[in-house]
Design a binder for this molecule. Structure first.
Ligand SMILES: N[C@@H](CCC(=O)N[C@@H](CS)C(=O)NCC(=O)O)C(=O)O
Length: 227
């Protein structure tokens, strides 16, 4: 066990509407799945604490998540995941065979497309208040997110997880964007049955239950009628 790991991530309440940071959640899920000891330092986004001099010394880009391991600071979410796998190989979150590892790494890095489309959509909702929200703009951004979801709907129809029958980093990545979209009102059942099954399956994992953001049980309706 290790107690040098510190995860810097936003305080949920300081992120309007989204109420979580999907990439930070992804790292927290990895720490939980790997059963590592870690501390969380919550930063107020609205107060700009992620851009304090101390945080900029850890990550000049001022983004979160940031993971420190004693004297080392790692930022960029996928770099953090890769670091964890090298530094803490017990409880692997990448498959052992090269064939499946190739697939898992491809899917993990491919999920960057889901992240780009997701964050573009989520950021618009987060930054635009009430009546200023333009439904056509939400639809335009949601369409790009839906285009991505179609790929993942197909992949989760091929296997239980993104790379076969074993959970890997790719699943943590896809799940955090998917769950955030559901929180914002995206219906999965009819259009994305494989993603709906994956989402439910992930919700039952102890790591997910332990780290679930403090969301109200009723979803928002921002994405309930997007095309
Ligand atoms: N490329 C970064 C991006 C992470 C990211 O988008 N973080 C958001 C929070 S979800 C952030 O820090 N936004 C604050 C900002 O850009 O000022 C990564 O993969 O870690």
């Amino acid at each position: 066990m290790n107690s040098n790991l510190i995860l810097y991530m936003p305080e949920s309440a300081s992120i309007r509407a989204i109420e979580c940071s999907p990439p930070s959640w992804m790292v927290q899920l990895a720490l939980e799945e790997k059963e590592l000891d870690y501390e969380i330092r919550q930063l107020s986004f609205s107060a700009g604490e992620h851009r304090s001099p101390e945080m900029l010394a850890r990550n000049p880009r001022g983004t979160v998540p940031v993971l420190t391991d004693g004297p080392f600071a790692v930022y960029e979410t996928f770099a953090i995941l890769e670091y964890l796998e090298y530094a803490y190989p017990a409880k692997p979150l990448l498959p052992e065979t090269n064939a499946l590892r190739a697939l898992a790494l491809t899917r993990l890095h491919e999920s960057a497309h889901l992240k780009t489309a997701g964050m573009d959509l989520f950021a618009y909702i987060m930054k635009t208040r009430g009546l200023d929200l333009d439904p056509a703009e939400v639809d335009r951004r949601a369409a790009a997110f839906h285009d991505e979801l179609f790929y993942w709907e197909y992949y989760y129809g091929l296997g239980h997880y993104a790379a076969g029958s074993q959970l890997s980093y790719a699943d943590l990545s896809v799940f955090t964007y998917l769950a955030t979209a559901v929180h914002l009102g995206l219906p999965l059942d009819e259009r994305y049955p494989n993603l709906a099954r994956f989402h439910e399956q992930m919700k039952g994992r102890i790591a997910v239950v332990t780290t679930w953001p403090p969301w109200k049980s009723a979803h928002y309706r921002y994405l309930s009628e997007t095309v």
